[in-house]
Design a protein around this ligand. Structure first.
Ligand SMILES: Nc1ncnc2c1ncn2[C@@H]1O[C@H](COP(=O)(O)OP(=O)(O)OP(=O)(O)O)[C@@H](O)[C@H]1O
Length: 226
C-alpha cells in the first residue's frame, strides 16, 4: 500500500533524513520507532509533502506522491493525526468530526461508538475538552475522512495513564476493523502487541525492520535505549 524507499530530506541546508525506507501493507498497523530526534516526524512530514523529500521514492497505492503538493496527498487517501492534536478550538465536538468527513466505512456513529466521550460532549467547544479528549477527537476526525492509511504521530504522548489505555483500546479496535495505520509511539508495552511490523530509525536512516517478536533486548538496547 505504502512504499517509502530511501528518502532524503533537508531542513534548509541541514539534512535530517539520509535514507529512510518503510513499507505498510493493506490492513497492517506498522510502528515507526527510534529515539528522540532520529527522524520519525520528518519522515511523516515528507510523506505528507509538508517537508518534501529531495531524493528517494514515495508510492501509495501505485501513485507517486513525492512531487505532489500536500493538499493533493491528503486527497489520495492519507489521514494525519499530527503531534499536538490540532482540533478546531471554536467548533463543537460534532462539528470537528463532520467538517472534514468523507464517505466510507467510518461513520459518525462508528467513531462515537469507539470514543463514547465524543458523543457525550458533542455540543461542547473542542477548546473546553481535556487533553485526552482532544486527542480522541483528533483521531476521530482523521477516521471521519475515511483515510485508506491513517498516520498517528505520538498519539498518546503526555496523557494520563487511564486515558492512554482508552486510546490504546480504541487503536486495537481500529486495527481489528482492518484500518491500515502507521503509528509513531514510544509506549512499547502497548505498541508491540498490536503492530504487524516495526521500522526503527537511527540518525535519519532505517536501521532495523522486522516483526515485533523479533525486537529482542539487544535491538531495544541499541536503537531504543530501553
Ligand atoms: N524545523 C527543523 N529545522 C531544522 N532541523 C530540524 C527541524 N525539525 C527537526 N529537525 C532535526 O531533524 C532531525 C530529526 O528530527 P525529528 O523531529 O524528525 O525526529 P523524531 O524522531 O520525530 O524525534 P522526537 O521523538 O523527538 O519527535 C533532528 O536532528 C532535528 O533536530
Amino acid at each position: 500500500m505504502l512504499d517509502i524507499t530511501d528518502i532524503e530530506t533537508f531542513y534548509g541546508p541541514s539534512q535530517a533524513l539520509f535514507g529512510v525506507s518503510l513499507h505498510v501493507g493493506a490492513g497492517e498497523m506498522v510502528a515507526l520507532m527510534g529515539r528522540n530526534g532520529m527522524g520519525k516526524t520528518t519522515t511523516i512530514r515528507s510523506l505528507f509533502g509538508l517537508t518534501p523529500a529531495h531524493r528517494g521514492r514515495i508510492t501509495f497505492e501505485s501513485r507517486d506522491l513525492r512531487r505532489l503538493p500536500a493538499y493533493r496527498i491528503a486527497q489520495c487517501g492519507l489521514g494525519l493525526v499530527p503531534e499536538g492534536r490540532r482540533c478546531f478550538p471554536n467548533l463543537s465536538v460534532r462539528e470537528n468530526l463532520m467538517v472534514t468527513a468523507r464517505p466510507g466505512p467510518w461513520s459518525r456513529e462508528r467513531v462515537e461508538a469507539l470514543f463514547p466521550q465524543l458523543a457525550e460532549r458533542r455540543r461542547q467547544m473542542a477548546a473546553t475538552l481535556s487533553g485526552g479528549e482532544q486527542q480522541m477527537l483528533a483521531i476521530g476526525r482523521a477516521l471521519m475522512t475515511n483515510p485508506r492509511l491513517m498516520v498517528l504521530d505520538e498519539a498518546t504522548e503526555g496523557l494520563a495513564p487511564v486515558i492512554r489505555q482508552e486510546i490504546w483500546s480504541a487503536l486495537r479496535l481500529i486495527k481489528a476493523q482492518g484500518q491500515s495505520t502507521l503509528i509513531v509511539d514510544k509506549s512499547l508495552g502497548e505498541l508491540l502487541p498490536v503492530v504487524d511490523h516495526c521500522t526503527i530509525l537511527e540518525k535519519g536512516r532505517t536501521a532495523w525492520t522486522g516483526p515485533p517478536e523479533a525486537l529482542d533486548a539487544g535491538i531495544r538496547d541499541r536503537y531504543l535505549g530501553v
